[in-house]
Design a protein around this ligand. Structure first.
Ligand code: FPP
Length: 241
């Protein structure tokens, strides 16, 4: 296969359509989520193979807490199971795992499992990971901007007169994504074309790609096709070329 030029540094995915995929097969929504885990595995592999440095996945939003309790529980169990099954393989492949979001809302055993996976996949001192896999859990873009603003206000509480002239980097350093480059490419599956309170600040100049396939059908070849589509985009960042 021809190698892809201009590979994005950070690819982010809104994994949408699990419920509809299951319904089309007369199955429960959770059947879609469990098949979606296979797509996660495929995209992690494809991203690492193609040289993507950061792959981030919107796995559970702050709004998703309002779903039926049984679905929320299944999603949390799938996260636990995936961490238990995949951590060693991620570590072997040099892929660092991190989870970002309002993690205080998660149950303690899941937070502990996440922490364990983060430690196990952390590269040795001075060594860069081959790729960083970021899973956004209990995350929303507005929540992130709010929590960062609160920290910024606290930081400036002794000299509030400087806040109005503070550079944007002062807020950025308090976002949960501090130190992570903004997504170059944001993919959303299922044909829906919206951002759903995801990385609102960080996607200011991301290229968006809306794909009609449901997430459980989105596999390696689709990921590679998305990278190929990105390589033809002309990014101007509001400037003239
Ligand atoms: C959106 O589909 C998908 C989710 C809310 C959950 C995504 C989670 C997984 C794929 C499993 C676990 C993740 C990892 C990283 C191991 P939807 O339910 O909103 O579908 P619908 O729009 O068709 O109802």
């Amino acid at each position: 296969m021809e190698s892809i030029k201009n590979v994005p540094v950070h690819v982010s995915i809104i994994m949408d359509g699990n419920g509809r995929w299951a319904r089309e097969r007369n199955r429960e929504r959770v059947f879609g989520h469990s098949n979606g885990v296979e797509s996660v595995r495929a995209c992690v592999e494809a991203a690492a193979e193609e040289g993507v440095r950061y792959l981030s996945l919107f796995a559970f939003s702050e709004e998703n807490w309002a779903r039926p309790e049984s679905e929320v529980n299944t999603l949390m169990e799938l996260m636990m199971k995936s961490i238990a099954e995949e951590t060693d393989s991620l570590a072997e492949k040099g892929i660092r795992f991190i989870a970002l979001g309002n993690l205080s809302r998660l149950e303690a055993h899941l937070r502990e499992a996440i922490h364990g996976a983060e430690l196990k996949t952390m590269p040795p001192e001075g060594k860069e990971p081959r790729m960083t896999l970021i899973v956004f859990l209990s995350y929303s873009g507005k929540w992130d901007i709010m929590q960062a603003s609160a920290k910024l206000a606290q930081e400036y509480s002794s000299h509030p007169q400087d806040l109005a002239s503070a550079p944007m980097s002062e807020l950025e350093k308090h976002l949960v994504t501090a130190g992570i480059p903004d997504p170059d490419l944001l993919i959303r599956t299922s044909g829906e074309q919206r951002i759903s309170n995801y990385l609102l600040w960080q996607c200011a100049y991301s290229e968006f790609l809306f794909v009609d396939k449901m997430w459980p059908d989105f596999r390696k070849e689709d990921f590679r096709a998305a990278l190929a589509a990105f390589s033809n985009r002309d990014r101007r960042y509001g400037k003239v070329k």
